[in-house]
Design a protein around this ligand. Structure first.
Ligand code: G3P
Ligand code: CA
Length: 336
């Protein structure tokens, strides 16, 4: 059932006009491209076009859509009053101006983060109204900062609204939400998984034919979603729970694998064997994260890196620079 939904998206995307910009990139498909479906790999705008705009802002998502990305990717965390918003971390100092806001000085505290602790301001200690008073900023050195101080933190509902409007205008763009730290939020008495399902249902994405993948590093939340919904699911690797999951085990509850690039390259039998194994289990493979300004080890250019992964048969890539990934993908297909 899940895989049928995904296949339906690929079929839909192969129809003329699928890119909404007068071109149809997918009709350029080379049938020899070794993805699971045979269609070209999808380009997933990681935190939006975050190479240009502050990550996880509507401006970053809109830019990615304008570039022609196949999906936009919001990481989701939850406010004190139970609203899902887009941030990569639960802490706020690196992606917003919270540290400059005197009214929130007393909110700074020490909390668990990953395997350690961090002194910072945390999303779960703010109401949505309070969060909306903050302004986003660029998180990575060397990237444009002229958009800092302008954009607010978007809610999931706002992001889904952007996706719905885009699809209503004839451009197909999917949404690829990630549940961040669902175990932590559950302990806090918050319910991000339920909120995500409710928001997706309320947005009526099925009726619009919007492609969706839900992703998480935590297998338990994907297993629950598998039992409760039909949305396609992607297991991110490495998992945060310490479980060792084979593609066959992942196929028991998910539809794809999102491996860190180094995990994929470091697979004992090599990346080709891992992708073949995933495909044999009807799982797509979407590695992360491709960055023009942080090319992976062993590659001289981002173009060479992307081309190598495409040639391995990955079914999609997460990238901060969707325009680059699209150009390499489509140039490759135009010039076999
Ligand atoms: O979701 C794919 C990738 O984004 C996972 O890494 O830490 O950037 O969310 P992260
Ligand atoms: Ca993510």
């Amino acid at each position: 059932m899940r895989f049928l939904l995904f296949t339906a998206f690929l079929t839909l995307a192969l129809l003329p006009g699928g890119c909404g910009d007068g071109t149809d990139r997918r009709t350029l498909a080379d049938p020899s491209v070794p993805t699971l479906s045979g269609a070209p790999p999808v380009v997933i705008a990681h935190r939006g076009a975050s190479g240009l705009y502050p990550e996880h802002t509507l401006a970053a998502y809109e830019a990615a859509i304008d570039m022609g990305a196949d999906f936009i990717e919001p990481d989701l965390v939850m406010t004190r009053d139970g609203v899902l918003v887009a941030r990569h971390e639960r802490y706020l100092s690196t992606s917003t101006d919270v540290a400059d806001r005197e009214e929130f000085a007393g909110r700074k505290t020490v909390k668990p983060v990953g395997d350690g602790e961090r002194e910072d301001w945390f999303v779960e200690d703010f109401t949505l109204s309070e969060l909306k008073s903050l302004r986003a900023r660029q998180t990575r050195p060397g990237r444009p900062s002229e958009h800092d101080g302008i954009h607010t933190i978007p809610t999931l509902t706002e992001i889904l609204g952007l996706v719905a409007i885009t699809n209503q205008t004839g451009q197909t763009v999917g949404v690829y939400p990630e549940l961040k730290s669902p175990s932590y939020f559950k302990v806090q008495g918050l319910a991000p998984k339920t909120a995500l399902v409710e928001a997706l249902e309320a947005a009526e994405l099925d009726a619009l034919g919007v492609p969706v993948f839900i992703q998480s590093f935590e297998p338990w939340v994907l297993r629950e979603l598998d039992a409760e919904t039909d949305w396609p699911l992607v297991q991110l690797l490495p998992v945060t729970t310490g479980e060792v999951l084979t593609p066959k085990a992942i196929a028991g509850y998910a539809d794809g694998i999102g491996p860190w690039k180094q995990v994929l390259m470091g697979f004992e039998g090599g990346p080709e064997a891992y992708i073949a194994l995933a495909h044999a289990n009807e799982l797509v493979v979407h590695p992360y994260t491709f960055r023009d300004d942080a090319v992976g080890p062993g590659f001289d250019t981002i173009q060479a890196e992307l081309r190598a992964y495409y040639n391995l048969g990955v079914d999609g890539v997460f990238t901060d620079f969707p325009d680059t990934a699209l150009a390499v993908r489509d140039g490759e297909l135009n010039d076999p």
